[in-house]
Design a protein around this ligand. Structure first.
Ligand SMILES: [Zn+2]
Length: 534
């Protein structure tokens, strides 16, 4: 993982976006990254004009925005953001392979100061593609030049979602360097030389150094799908990684042994001495008691009750071990390096077998050390609903988790409703997965689509309650694989938008995570390093 430097670059080739079902092929080869090439503002006698030039490979995309009489240099950075949105629109026209082209409109731009005193420019961009609409939120730190920061904020907002669209450069392959002057549109004419004093051309600023420890940390993420271990560098990058398939129905000690094996392999894969790794962080789904190193219960591992996790791993690796909920870890990572970077108030909802919640408030994680961090999945949504793993009726996760999506499809199939899914799995109902359902829903299978919409509706009910409670700037909806997360997010979003309470939610945007399934590892490493230094 390369740390994000959104001040200067963003694009669908990065890991921040997610692909919709069936889009892997449509996305084709990686599209060149979208970079800030130039930002200029000119104050004339009657007008203020801003121009943003973005580049992707050899191509240039130019947007301009003009304000009339009365405009002052104070308006310049807002105008620069509008110019950036116009340039990104050009880029989308060039790249979109699946019409209609998304339409962008800058709806809000503001300068705020975070709890830590950092000045940030926030941009909100309304995106519409066919019947799909979303408000995208982005931010960038204000450094020397507010116009460049405003362009970076607009780019950040859109780039969080670029991966949702099938994008591929529609022209010929990017030209080799010798022909780099060829572009999708003519290179922007230079501004008139007779007015140089009125032109401000800003160079993209260098990324700020990150506050971080200098040593790598070892992180382990245990989930029903895989047990992963990774050495994570001081800037959040994966230095070495190993994985083992999880065995959810096996005894706890079997899975802990697999975690230790993977950890040793990751340590062995480090170039330098593993002795530099002092901290070990373990991310787990379910209910934890971190101060005791215990997993109290986990939907991913039904036989786990009061399992001592930290002790055996610490003993085997001869290092201190800290525990953190997988959702908390993902939220830490996303807020530091990912989709939530620069936001002070955000929620991360992780939809797996459990639905877990993590809260970042005023820039700091909440509930991190509590015994049962973020068990939002057990909010009762329907008092007469199906029975949950906790024994109660109608919990959110019983109605909106990944298993509930599969259960809806199975019920409909057993009731004799037709679907192309049946043939696809050769009548083996056990082979139906959330990912398969999402793929068939995207391809127009009616039964799959209805099941997805109903799951999204219940997901939206819980999200609406959380948004009403916390009033966050953003909710990151995380599920694995990312295509399932994206489909659930879209289904929930359409319900939220049509809710009578929609006005209450206008400040909040729904985002896909941008660090993928590496986020719990990065967050566990951040957490372990922070614990060790206190
Ligand atoms: Zn429950």
């Amino acid at each position: 993982m390369i740390p994000r430097t959104h001040e200067t670059q963003a694009g669908p080739g990065l890991s921040r976006g997610v692909q919709p079902p069936d889009s892997q092929e449509a996305a084709g080869p990686a599209t060149p990254r979208l970079l800030i090439h130039e930002v200029g503002v000119r104050l004339g006698p009657q007008t203020l004009e801003a121009r943003a030039v973005l580049s992707a490979g050899p191509h240039r995309f130019t947007g301009a925005a003009t304000a009339g009489a009365g405009a002052s240099r104070q308006d310049a950075w807002q105008l620069a953001a509008a110019a950036a949105v116009a340039a990104i629109q050009q880029y989308l026209h060039h790249c979109t392979t699946d019409p209609p082209t998304p339409q962008l409109h800058l709806t809000h731009i503001a300068l705020t100061t975070s709890a830590s005193g950092q000045e940030l420019i926030h941009a909100a961009v309304r995106l519409a593609q066919g019947s799909f609409e979303a408000d995208l939120l982005g931010s960038a730190p204000l450094r020397n030049d507010p116009c460049t920061a405003a362009v970076a904020a607009a780019l950040d907002a859109v780039s969080r979602r670029l991966g949702l669209f099938p994008l591929r450069a529609s022209g010929p392959s990017p030209a080799p360097p010798a022909q780099a002057h060829q572009s999708a549109e003519p290179a922007p004419p230079p501004l008139p030389p007779e007015q140089p004093p009125e032109l401000e051309v800003a160079s993209p600023s260098a990324p700020a150094p990150r506050e971080s420890a200098s040593e790598p940390a070892l992180a382990i993420h245990v989930s029903a799908t895989a047990i992963r271990a990774a050495a994570i560098g001081a800037a959040g990058q994966v230095l070495a990684e190993a994985r083992r398939p999880a065995r959810p129905t096996a005894e706890p000690r079997v899975n802990l042994s697999l975690a230790i094996e993977a950890a040793r392999e990751a340590l062995a894969g480090l170039n330098h001495s593993a002795a530099n790794v002092r901290a070990v962080g373990v991310a787990l789904p379910g209910r934890l008691q971190p101060d005791q190193g215990l997993c109290l219960a986990s939907g991913d591992f039904p036989s786990w009750h009061d399992v001592q996790v930290a002790g055996p791993i610490s003993e085997a690796l001869e290092r201190p071990v800290t525990l953190i909920g997988a959702a908390q870890a993902a939220a830490l990572a996303e807020s530091r390096y990912g989709a939530g970077e620069g936001l002070d108030d955000l929620l991360l909802v992780r939809v797996g077998i459990d639905i877990d919640l993590a809260v970042i408030a005023a820039g700091r994680p909440l509930l991190e050390e509590r015994q049962t961090p973020g068990q939002a999945g057990h909010m009762v949504i329907d008092a007469d609903g199906p029975r949950c793993s906790c024994g109660d009726l109608g919990c959110w996760q019983a109605l909106a988790n990944r298993d509930s999506l599969v259960a809806r499809v199975l019920r409909a199939l057993r009731a004799g409703q037709p679907s192309a899914l049946l043939a696809a799995v050769d009548n083996h109902l056990g082979a139906i997965t959330p990912a398969l359902i999402c793929r068939f829903a995207a391809a127009g299978d009616d039964l799959s689509r209805r099941a997805l919409q109903e799951t999204g509706r219940y997901l939206a009910l819980g999200l609406a309650n959380l948004i009403a409670l916390f009033d966050p700037q953003a909710v990151i909806l995380d599920s694995s694989p990312p295509a399932v997360g994206a489909a659930l997010l879209q289904a929930a979003e359409s319900t939220l938008k049509s809710s009578p309470r929609a006005r209450l939610f206008s400040r909040c945007v729904l985002l896909s995570p941008s660090l993928g399934d590496t986020a719990p590892l990065i967050g566990a490493a951040l957490h372990a390093t922070a614990r060790l230094s206190t």
